[in-house]
Design a protein around this ligand. Structure first.
Ligand SMILES: [Zn+2]
Length: 328
């Protein structure tokens, strides 16, 4: 038996090493955040939609993929660059007709001061409460002088979120309001650490805590690296367990559970500042991009490694998750 224990441990350890910057030990929560985020009264089964409820909003994976390709054709979009300004304009132009807000601020990063801009599109619903769908749009500053475009890392979630925006414009939410949040400054400016990462989400989570917005948010669903042709969404141990269970049951109803939660990983991402603010969070991420995560944060992260089919799967499961969350 001992022979088996050691290789198993080494395998787990090597997996930790391979997954780079998005991994760390679980982040500690405040007691208040834990009790709010754990949702003790309800189990995931309680969120199963009733038969009489309308079906989930349909999204078009092909259109999401076209958005991805159009977005990353704008060249890299690191902080302070012309590409970043074009990326902001691209997102805002696609949000025409929606209630779009910009959360602009200046921040001192590890690489110096930069202006940042979180973009929020608000689609009002018919009952009090908000579901946030989020994902970052910046690319890594240290890769600014390369051909890196971040097709999957930043591009995939923007592509899907803009398609969801198009659908929400035609079919406004009948339950909770839905806010699409395009975060800035997710990536490290020098090297990933607690201090050098998640600049936009830290700024907005603080603002939403202070102005009372955080208390209105029922769930925060983060989309990251969801375009990988070989889609395997990780079960993130930093996310809120009951919300992950709701996502998994939604994946089962959508017939896509084989793409979800085969692996568990501990992910550092834009959901953490919102979790610390007491909001239930789920990071929907596939951190195994190419063999041994080879394409992640390299110039190989290009649209040909992504697919419309993967964006369709992620979109279908997210919209079914929103349908489930509207049962309460
Ligand atoms: Zn990244």
């Amino acid at each position: 038996m001992g022979d088996f224990i050691i290789p198993a441990f080494l395998l787990a350890f090597s997996m930790l090493l391979t997954c780079a910057c998005r991994q760390s030990a679980p982040v500690t929560q405040t007691a208040a955040a834990q009790s709010q985020a754990s949702g003790p009264e309800l189990s995931a089964e309680d969120y199963d939609p009733k038969p009489e409820m309308p079906p989930a909003l349909k999204v078009n994976g092909q259109k999401a993929f076209q958005n991805l390709k159009d977005f990353v054709a704008l060249v890299p979009r690191p902080l302070g660059s012309e590409g970043h300004a074009r990326a902001e304009q691209f997102i805002l132009a696609h949000l025409h007709g929606a209630q779009a807000e910009q959360d602009k601020f200046n921040v001192q990063t590890a690489a110096g001061p930069f202006p940042m801009n979180n973009i929020i599109a608000k689609f009002p619903g018919k009952k009090p409460g908000v579901i946030v769908l989020a994902g970052h749009y910046d690319t890594n500053l240290p890769l600014k002088n390369t051909s890196y475009v971040g097709a999957n890392d930043g591009g995939s979630n923007v592509g899907l979120m803009l398609e969801i925006a198009d659908q929400l414009r035609k079919h406004p939410p009948q339950g909770y309001s839905i806010w699409l949040l395009f975060t800035d400054g997710e990536e490290a400016t020098v090297q990933w650490s607690d201090d050098d990462s998640l600049y936009g989400s830290k700024h907005l989570a603080k603002k939403w805590s202070e102005d009372g917005t955080a208390a209105k948010i029922k769930a925060f669903l983060l989309l990251d690296m969801i375009g990988d042709k070989d889609l395997d969404i990780d079960r993130d141990t930093n996310s809120t367990p009951w919300l992950l269970d709701v996502v998994y049951r939604a994946a089962q109803r959508a017939g896509q559970q084989s793409h979800f939660f085969v692996r568990s990983n501990t992910i550092q991402d834009d959901h953490l500042p919102f979790r610390a603010a007491g909001i239930p969070v789920a990071d929907i991420i596939d951190i195994d991009y190419g063999f041994d995560n080879l394409y992640h944060h390299t110039t190989q992260d290009t649209p040909d490694k992504c697919s419309a089919a993967s964006l369709q799967i992620a979109g279908d499961v997210v919209m079914e998750t929103i349908r489930a969350l509207n049962t309460h």
